[in-house]
Ligand binder design. Structure first.
Ligand code: KIV
Length: 308
């Protein structure tokens, strides 16, 4: 039996896959990688040619206002993931396994990783190295592509003593490399290095076959991840990592727009004539004539409204 070829609609962008990412590396092309948690952001980033989207558990902080990443649940992550996957026609989408979605058992890990795939994601990400390698093995054995996450791993920030740069000595970089090799042995296709010196990232990348991405890890990696709220200027909070470059000031722009709208409403400038639904003038006159005179209504209800 010949199966019908799976063809994308004409003109549709070609989806980025693990093979595409490997070919980027072979050609020395660095991947552009941002976080996304909602449909419009996914659509805009996808249209802009961003290659990879992370539905990060940073949603706890960027979208839900928690002080760290621990508060977001698997159910909440799946809502974000489905929205992003609906918007991403080309970009490779990674679902970030939230705290306690994979730590307790292989079964949890496989079930929750699978839920991200059912939601439309192309891969999942887990924090940790050797100590989560058996979970990563269980997930990859279930057919799910896994990206590891080493260096500053926010889910264990209490153990790390806060949000601190990692891999600052040769011994620490060797431990990072061992962790990356453990992930490689467990079948991961990539690792993300967060908040490590550029030399440390280069050292790890030279010693593994994994694709190596960085967030605050310098230029010697296969692609750069940023939290979209950080580059767009829409993060509400005090954290300002040194590796961020701002490309927009959405906080200022959004606040300006809301202030202008509120001023217009209060001053009666909105809605204006062009915002009203026109109807047949005869019907309009009939409805106007049938309206309760304001004076009577005010008297009946003791409402002092004078809206004509
Ligand atoms: O959740 C996230 O956005 C992340 C990045 C900080 C690496 O895991």
């Amino acid at each position: 039996m010949t199966l019908p070829a799976q063809t994308a609609p004409p003109g549709a962008p070609k989806k980025v896959t693990v093979a595409t990412l490997a070919s980027f590396r072979a050609r020395g092309r660095r991947a552009a990688f941002v976080t996304a948690y909602d449909y419009p952001t996914a659509v805009f980033a996808d249209r802009a040619g961003v290659d990879m989207l992370l539905v990060g558990d940073s949603a706890a902080m960027t979208m839900l206002g928690y002080p760290n990443t621990l508060g977001v649940s698997m159910d909440e992550m799946l809502i974000f993931a489905r929205a992003v996957c609906r918007g991403a026609k080309r970009a490779f989408v990674i679902g970030d396994m939230p705290f306690l979605s994979y730590q307790a058992s292989d079964e949890d890990a496989v079930r929750n990783a699978g839920a991200f795939l059912v939601a439309g994601c192309d891969a999942v990400k887990c924090e940790g190295g050797a100590r989560v390698a058996s979970r990563v093995r269980a997930i990859t054995d279930a057919g799910v592509a896994v990206m590891g996450h080493l260096g500053l791993t926010p889910q264990s920030q209490a153990q790390l003593g806060g949000y601190r740069v990692q891999g600052k000595t040769l011994a620490a970089v060797q431990r990072l490399t061992d962790d990356a090799l453990a992930l490689q042995g467990a079948g991961a296709f990539a690792v993300l290095l967060e908040a490590v010196p550029a030399e440390a990232a280069a050292y790890v990348r030279e010693r593994v076959d994994l694709l190596v991405y960085g967030i605050g890890a310098g230029p010697h990696v296969d692609g750069q991840l940023v939290i979209s709220h950080d580059i767009l200027g829409s993060f509400v909070g005090e954290i300002r990592p040194r590796f961020i470059r701002r490309y927009a000031e959405l906080d200022v722009e959004v606040e300006r727009a809301f202030r202008a709208y509120a001023d217009d409403v209060r001053a009666g400038r909105f809605p204006a004539a062009e915002h009203l639904y026109p109807i047949d003038p005869e019907h309009e006159a009939e409805i106007r004539a049938a309206r309760t005179p304001v004076v009577l209504r005010s008297a009946a209800t003791k409402d002092l409204s004078t809206i004509a």
